[in-house]
Design a protein around this ligand. Structure first.
Ligand SMILES: [Zn+2]
Length: 100
C-alpha cells in the first residue's frame, strides 16, 4: 500500500474517532440496533463500522458509518465480500425504515 493512501486512512480513522464523541453517534448507539442484523444490543455492545471499509476507499462520513454488533463487525472483517453479501441477503428484512 502506498504511503499517501495509508496517510489518508489514518486521517479518516481520526475523523471516526472524533465522530465517536458526538451526540450523533451517541444517539445511534442509544437506539441500540445493529445496522446489519437489526438485532437489539446495549450501547456498549455496538461498534462503529464503516459500510465501505477505509481500506477500500470508504470515508468517515456519517453516511458511511453505522452501529454494528460485535458479531456482524467480526463477520464483516473475516468474510470474503461475496460471503458477506450472502450473509446480508440472509439477514435482509423489510424493516429498513428506522435508517431512513
Ligand atoms: Zn449485527
Amino acid at each position: 500500500m502506498a504511503d499517501s493512501s495509508s496517510g489518508l486512512i489514518r486521517k479518516e480513522r481520526e475523523k471516526a474517532r472524533q465522530l465517536r464523541k458526538t451526540g450523533w453517534w451517541k444517539r445511534r448507539c442509544s437506539i441500540g440496533v445493529c445496522y446489519y442484523c437489526k438485532g437489539r444490543f446495549p450501547p456498549n455492545e455496538l461498534t462503529m463500522d464503516h459500510i465501505i471499509p477505509l481500506c477500500r476507499g470508504g470515508s468517515s462520513m456519517k453516511n458511511n458509518i453505522v452501529a454494528a454488533c460485535k458479531t456482524c463487525n467480526n463477520k464483516k472483517k473475516h468474510l470474503m465480500s461475496f460471503e458477506w453479501d450472502d450473509y446480508m441477503s440472509a439477514l435482509k428484512q423489510s424493516d429498513d425504515s428506522m435508517w431512513l
